[in-house]
Design a protein around this ligand. Structure first.
Ligand code: NAD
Ligand code: MG
Length: 394
């Protein structure tokens, strides 16, 4: 039986890599839904190749354009638009597996729908888990599906943990610590006084990984690693004190698990997201991901350093928000999304990103999270406040 796959965010970096793996295994996977925000032409080409039942874009006008192109190609893909249509792509497409690869908070509701509906969820959209970790993990449990982390660090940890640890974490497994590795991004050793003039192009030029623009900026500020600490906390259920971050500039060791008996298990590989994507798609089997084998003798060195919180204040803010709990991670995430977008598109200085996030966190009281509404209202408040702070700065 082929896996029936819906890809949320199929036109992005993760979406395109997912289709690359799928393309190499037509006997295993069948695409039933593809979704994009605004990239109509790219989505149309993907529809022509993979013939999904449902295709979704954000805006009505783009849906019209997409429908026209697909009719000319004599495809009977159903074209839908808007946030609710993302849920239709999960629920009405007949999929059994969902790649959640929309960037940011926009991916939360369809990812939660996939969790509730008992799908195999391949989770790239870390922001969804950061915002609503407790609700998301509860939804996975009650839905009864499988959650496979796609973020390379969490995928590495998943591979290094005992079987079933995420469903059944037993103390006898001897897991002591999770060690997340981080490349340190493009400004790992840039003199701090030069950071004030960083441009979006410089921030998006990651030394090891090719990724979407938002996560590239998050990697430069190390907010990405902060979000990943929170992601690891929810995925693996260990206390925050047992989750450590190490800068590892080569991005070869994707993360590690330290055990009670002195063993440390690591997963190594090329910095190519097709490895964790193929792992999630085929789990518990392993398939060809199209990735070059790692050549150990060609690696010069593998280095590991403690992160410098002065250079990377966003990492410190994320740890603080994780400790505060409740709505704080959702507030952190929302303020960061707004600040990063303003840096990319409106000339907000690079060093203002962490200042905006910090001010929003300081000004919004932490609330308990009981429902999705609690998360979404914290998200809305934080976005509004972040926008106000940015306007006042400009
Ligand atoms: P990207 O910007 O390349 O792609 C994002 C996708 O989401 C696109 O298909 C876009 O059209 C869609 N999208 C954006 N806004 C939307 C909206 N409002 N409504 C509906 N769709 C929308 O991003 P990416 O690099 O592929 O990252 C996707 C997710 O995966 C992020 O959460 C990121 O943190 C995570 N991730 C990415 C990588 C990587 O290597 N790129 C690695 C680990 C985790
Ligand atoms: Mg990662």
């Amino acid at each position: 039986m082929k896996r029936q796959l819906a890809i949320l965010g199929s036109t992005g970096s993760i979406g395109v890599s997912t289709l690359d793996v799928v393309r190499a295994h037509p006997d295993r996977f069948h695409i039933v839904a593809l979704t994009a925000g605004k990239q109509v032409e790219r989505l149309a080409n993907q529809c022509v190749e993979f013939k999904p039942l449902i295709a979704v874009v954000s805006e009505a006008s783009d849906a019209k354009r997409l429908q026209k192109i697909l009719l000319e190609k004599q495809l009977n893909t159903q074209v839908l638009y808007g946030p609710e249509a993302l849920v239709s792509a999960v629920i009405d497409s007949g999929c059994d597996t969902v790649m959640a690869a929309i960037v940011g908070a926009a991916g939360l509701v369809p990812a939660l729908a996939a969790a509730q509906a008992g799908k195999r969820v391949l989770l790239a959209n870390k922001e969804a888990l950061v915002m609503s970790g407790k609700l998301f993990m509860q939804a996975m449990k009650s839905g009864g599906g499988e959650l496979l982390p796609i973020d390379s660090e969490h995928n590495a940890i998943f591979q290094c943990l005992p079987n079933d640890f995420t469903k059944n974490p037993s103390a006898s497994s001897g897991v002591e610590e999770l060690w997340l590795t981080a490349s340190g991004g493009p400004f790992r050793s840039t003199p701090i006084d030069q950071l004030s003039s960083i441009t979006p192009e410089q921030a998006c030029a990651h030394p090891n990984w090719v990724m979407g623009r938002k996560i590239s900026v998050d990697s430069a500020t190390m907010m990405n690693k902060g979000l990943e600490v929170i992601e690891a906390f929810w995925l693996f259920g260990l206390p925050l004190e047992k989750i450590k971050v190490f800068i590892h500039p080569q991005s070869v060791v994707h993360s590690m698990v330290r055990y009670r008996d002195g063993s440390v298990l690591a997963q190594l590989g090329q910095p190519d997201m097709r490895t964790p994507i193929a792992y999630g798609l085929a789990w518990p089997e392993r398939i060809d991901a199209g990735v070059e084998p790692l050549n150990l003798t060609q690696l010069a060195n593998l280095n590991f350093f403690e992160p410098d919180f002065k250079r990377f204040p966003c990492l410190a803010l994320a740890f603080d928000a994780a400790k505060a709990g409740g709505t704080a991670p959702a507030v952190l995430n929302a303020a960061n999304e707004v600040a990063v977008a303003a840096f990319l598109d409106q000339g907000l200085p690079y060093l203002s990103i962490h200042q905006v996030v910090e001010q929003v966190l300081n000004r919004l009281p932490v609330q308990n999270v009981q429902s999705l509404e609690d998360v979404l209202s914290a998200d809305t408040l934080a976005r509004k406040l972040a926008n106000d702070i940015i306007q006042a700065l400009q």
